[in-house]
Ligand binder design. Structure first.
Ligand SMILES: Nc1nc2c(ncn2[C@@H]2O[C@H](COP(=O)(O)OP(=O)(O)O)[C@@H](O)[C@H]2O)c(=O)[nH]1
Ligand SMILES: [Mg+2]
Length: 330
């Protein structure tokens, strides 16, 4: 067990005694990379791995929050503990949307089994995914059975955030039209469960069958059937089936040993990200490297040094130094 600072230790104690205020503070600490965040993550690490993380993604307005609400109420009613992370990378200007989510999910907060966190995360793509992953780790250690991670939109940030989840559900609506568009966005590759929401609107069955034909190849490989479900989230139609499908997916992944593979892949990419971040810090933070850097660039442009040899010179120096750490990462 690591040796967290005073704040870290009391937070860890708070988490162990299932204090929701401690949970909220611990998430802020890791989200903002405040001093002690690394000790906190180290202290909770051995308590993680029990929660199943489901990413819910799809275009804005598709009904993701409404579906998350339905899933969380369903599981809360059967005595499960559910954590929700709503990631909104468009902040800080979307206070309204975040508030909207809170209001819409207001009913949920009446369940003591449900905890909702909106992350108004700024910064780089990698930063959003890292903050989400670390927030999930803290929530996992707190003892949730299910973690639902909702993202806004279908861009690169969402795909990175979905990569920190164990499974992904992608939500479409009839008016989002062409299911093939999503294929281009890479969503079809990363998702296991497909939902056509707003089934009360025209075009839902057509979209569902279009998706099914796109998924045909995927459905023929591996032991999972990549189901396409039709829901009407506002009226809780089809949402029980969706919960059942997600439960079936969890069992499938666990019994086939796929979950371990998924998590090992996550761990590898996490290691890679940490090293990449440190390397970046090393390259940008070396005060004396600044002038060497310029020298190397001059030599390269003058034709006296080839860029690969230049990189070798920096690499040799790097191997002789200690790796720097991220801010707050003492
Ligand atoms: N007609 C219809 N509207 C829905 C359905 N599900 C959600 N909505 C509405 O669509 C809007 C966007 O829903 P929301 O869950 O916030 O979408 P998100 O942006 O994907 O999280 C809200 O006004 C919901 O009430 C549905 O099945 N049918
Ligand atoms: Mg939403």
């Amino acid at each position: 067990m690591a040796n967290p600072g005073v704040t870290g230790r009391s937070l860890v104690d708070g988490l162990k005694s299932r204090d929701r205020k401690a949970l909220a503070r611990a998430i802020s600490l890791v989200e903002n990379r405040q001093e002690g965040f690394r000790e906190l993550l180290a202290s909770v690490h051995s308590y993680t791995g029990r929660a199943f993380r489901i990413g819910i993604t799809g275009p804005p307005g598709a009904g993701k929050s409404t579906l998350v609400d339905a899933l969380a109420s369903h599981w809360a009613q059967s005595g499960k503990r559910v954590g929700i992370v709503a990631v909104d990378p468009t902040s800080p200007f979307s206070g309204g949307a975040l508030l909207g989510d809170r209001v819409r999910m207001g009913k949920l907060s009446e369940y003591p089994e449900v905890f909702i966190r909106s992350m108004a995360t700024r910064g780089s793509t990698g930063g959003v995914a890292a903050a989400t992953r670390d927030a999930c780790s803290v929530m996992d250690a707190f003892g949730f059975d299910w973690l639902l991670v909702e993202t806004v939109g279908v861009g690169q940030i969402e795909i990175e955030v979905m990569n920190v989840c164990d499974a992904v559900c992608v939500v479409f609506v009839p008016e989002s039209g062409d299911g093939i568009q999503a294929l281009k966005a890479g969503l079809i590759e990363i998702a296991q469960v497909f939902v056509v929401n707003k089934a009360d609107r025209p075009g839902a069955p057509q979209l569902a069958s279009e998706l099914e034909s796109v998924l045909h190849l995927k459905q023929e490989t591996g032991g999972w059937d990549y189901p396409v479900l039709t829901t009407e989230a506002v009226n809780h139609r089809g949402t029980r089936e969706l919960a059942g499908t997600v439960e079936r997916l969890k069992v499938h992944l666990e019994t086939q040993g796929h979950l371990t593979h998924v998590r090992q892949r996550q761990a590898l990419s996490h290691l890679e990200n940490i090293l990449r971040e440190r390397l970046h810090l090393y390259l940008s933070g070396q005060s004396d490297l600044g002038s060497q850097w310029t020298d190397l660039a001059e030599q390269i442009v003058a034709g006296d040094l080839d860029p690969h040899r230049g990189a070798d010179l920096i690499w040799e120096r790097l191997l002789q130094s200690d790796l720097p750490r991220a801010p707050g990462d003492k």
